[in-house]
Design a protein around this ligand. Structure first.
Ligand SMILES: [Ca+2]
Length: 304
């Protein structure tokens, strides 16, 4: 097997809950470059269970391991896995991190990818590459293949593909911001111009408060503080209007957001490049500070 092109694609079963035991990873996709290749323990003798396999992963450079029930084999890996919703199922193999990860900040030294946080926490994309990270990505739109004109329940639970376009979900946002976090927004204009905005305080309330937003402490290279307009507002979706005015902004703007009348940072707006209007995915006055409505090419929101 050529390690340089080795790709392991698989999916597994429900998480085990053994106390102190390395955590199972579901739906794993991994490509190991030649210089960081699969660190294979053995495939010569049968191993009766995954706990024995775990013992082989106690020493470096093992960071993760798998146990395949069908042939009682164990493999250890020098790099952690990424998860993917594109993965094919392999019901007999379970994959484990060596350690439980409680936040992306625990992953220093690891690569960007999808990780499960804690024993019962959300599955998130950790960005290990952007300056001042690690960051937990809460929204990305680069492809436009995921519709953001969706009901309350979808925004509550999250939707899309963590490796592509997605909304992490308002319940997860509340969970991850139980203490105030830094929010970083990155936008790319159709011209290719890159903008960013950072907020020193970002917090999302729970569903009983309709995921009310706290956001302040703006800095960045964009000319306009687009999130300020949504500060202290509740979340609205096309099927649930929580903004205190006569406009049904979720329906009008075709998005879920902390709408007021309706948005100045419309990152969940319509993904299109041809029409510049109130509904399009945009950050007001970017990139041209004299023009309010300009479609964006891509967006990304992340917290730390
Ligand atoms: Ca309204």
């Amino acid at each position: 097997m050529k390690l340089s092109i080795l790709a392991l694609v698989f999916s597994t079963i429900e998480a085990l809950t053994m106390v102190g035991f390395p955590q199972l990873i579901k739906r794993v996709f991994r490509v190991a470059p030649a210089d960081q290749s699969l660190y294979k323990l053995n495939s010569y003798f049968r191993i009766s269970n995954h706990a024995i396999c775990a013992k082989y992963c106690k020493t470096e450079p093992c960071l993760a391991f798998s146990y395949t029930i069908d042939n009682s084999t164990c493999e250890t890996y020098s790099r952690v896995f990424e998860e993917s919703t594109h993965a094919e199922n392999s019901q007999s193999t379970s994959y484990f991190n060596k350690v439980v990860i409680n936040s992306c900040a625990d992953l220093i030294g690891y690569s960007s990818g999808v990780y499960k946080l804690g024993k019962d926490g959300p599955i998130v994309y950790c960005d290990m590459d952007t300056e001042a990270g690690p960051w937990t990505v809460i929204q990305t739109r680069t492809k436009g293949d995921v519709d953001f004109f969706r009901p309350w329940s979808d925004y509550k639970n999250g939707f899309g593909d963590l490796h592509g376009d997605f909304w992490l979900g308002n319940d997860n946002l509340h969970l991850l911001t139980n203490v105030s976090k830094i929010l970083r927004v990155e936008v790319v204009a159709l011209t290719g111009e890159r903008g960013y905005a950072e907020y020193s305080n970002f917090q999302v309330a729970d569903e009983s408060q309709n995921y009310k937003l706290l956001v302040n402490g703006f800095s960045g290279n964009v000319s306009y503080d687009g999130m300020a307009y949504s500060n202290n507002f509740q979340f609205s979706t096309p099927d649930r209007d929580n903004n205190n005015n006569s406009i049904d902004c979720g329906q009008y703007a075709q998005s879920g957001w902390w709408h007021y009348r309706c948005v100045h940072a419309h990152l969940n707006g319509i993904f299109r490049k041809s029409i510049a209007d109130n509904q399009v995915m945009r950050w007001s006055y970017f990139p041209d500070p004299s023009v309010k409505y300009q479609p964006l090419k891509t967006t990304k929101m992340m917290i730390r």
